[in-house]
Design a protein around this ligand. Structure first.
Ligand code: UDP
Length: 318
């Protein structure tokens, strides 16, 4: 009998890639999403594929899934700084109430749960790069607090279910990831730069652009997550690409790729914007034999075509 997985946030950027990969690996997949920030277009190619089902539901309410479940991957959450500003309560609810519902369902089904956590648990980090043992520097009452604290609560809740109920749990801390199916207008840096580059607009660099991020291509991330799912590791594990760069360097890279010659326009730095971010992936290397394989140039090239299509559609050229 085939293994069966539920993916919450299945219509999102990461969720949809996970659905596709698990179907390819021979599992039955149920994607659940309330479509608040997810998009059915991300799953359109999977409708009609044998073993795939979509359920439109908000996971902060009681969830029922008929039949057995071997795995639950909890990826439902708004996930960009603009989304947290616009959806603060929903972000808090899905990380707390949604996580509770997911863990309850897993307990009922005897399923293994993988919780999508985030590098945001480290906040504006005082340790660099960030190993899993670092407890973070998070402002609970700032604009990003709704996401950071929800995810920290989700980690605590997951460990609670593991310790008290003996539930099989896994926690992945995801660092900045990019690739096809990111939302064009989610405010994140890559969609913003791609859209600006392709439209020939100024590229909006926040602050002086000296803040750093480390970008991982989505296929690498999915591979790391699935290795973690199959492993025995209960404590959080960083999955990300340690290739760190400043946002200004990143803007220049995307500008070059899109062939845009217009200028860089500096804008105010958002509140609590982390100054540095780079995963320490020693644990994933050792434990999972995993490391990213797709370099930034290759990953951006793979992503460009997707954004060209999105920008053309948004601008009514398709
Ligand atoms: N950023 C930027 N211009 C934009 C959007 C974002 O300079 O149009 C910066 C943002 O201030 C942050 C970095 O890019 O320092 C990454 O932002 P993103 O929203 O992608 O996610 P974060 O890593 O902050 O969660």
């Amino acid at each position: 009998m085939k293994e069966r997985a539920l993916i919450t946030g299945g219509a999102g950027f990461l969720g949809s890639h996970l659905c596709e990969r698990l179907l390819d690996d021979g599992l039955e997949v149920i994607a659940m999403d309330n479509l608040l920030t997810g998009d059915l277009q991300n799953l359109e190619h999977l409708f009609g594929v044998e073993g795939f089902t979509f359920v439109k539901q908000d996971v902060t309410n009681f969830i029922h899934v008929a039949g057995k479940l071997d795995y639950i991957l909890h990826f439902a959450s708004p996930a960009s700084p603009i989304d947290y500003l616009e959806l603060p309560i929903q972000t808090l609810k899905v990380g707390s109430l949604g996580t509770h519902k997911v863990l309850g369902l897993a307990k009922d089904k005897g399923a293994r749960v993988l919780m999508a956590s985030t590098s945001e648990c480290y906040g504006d980090p005082l340790v660099h790069p960030q190993p899993e043992s670092y407890w973070g520097n998070v402002n609970p009452v700032g604009p990003r607090g709704v996401y950071d604290e929800a995810k920290r609560f989700a980690e605590a809740m997951t460990m609670g279910y593991h310790r008290f109920h003996g539930l099989e749990t896994r926690i992945v801390r995801i660092f900045n990831t990019y690739g096809p199916r990111m939302r064009l207008n989610d405010g994140r840096v890559l969609p913003a730069f791609m859209a600006q580059g392709l439209r020939g607009e100024d590229m909006t660099v926040f602050g002086d652009g000296s803040q750093t991020r480390s970008f991982c291509y989505v296929d690498d991330l999915v591979e790391g997550i699935l290795r973690l799912l199959r492993s025995d590791e209960v404590y959080p594990t960083n999955i990300g690409n340690p290739a760190e760069m400043t946002i200004l360097q990143f803007a220049e890279k995307v500008r070059e790729l899109t062939g845009n010659r217009s200028k860089i326009a500096f804008r105010d730095l958002p509140e609590d914007d982390p100054k540095v971010r780079q995963p320490d992936i020693s644990k994933a290397r050792k434990l999972l034999g995993w490391e990213p394989k797709v370099g930034l140039d290759e990953g951006l090239r793979k992503t460009l075509g997707y954004f060209q299509g999105k920008v053309a559609a948004a601008d009514g050229r398709q």
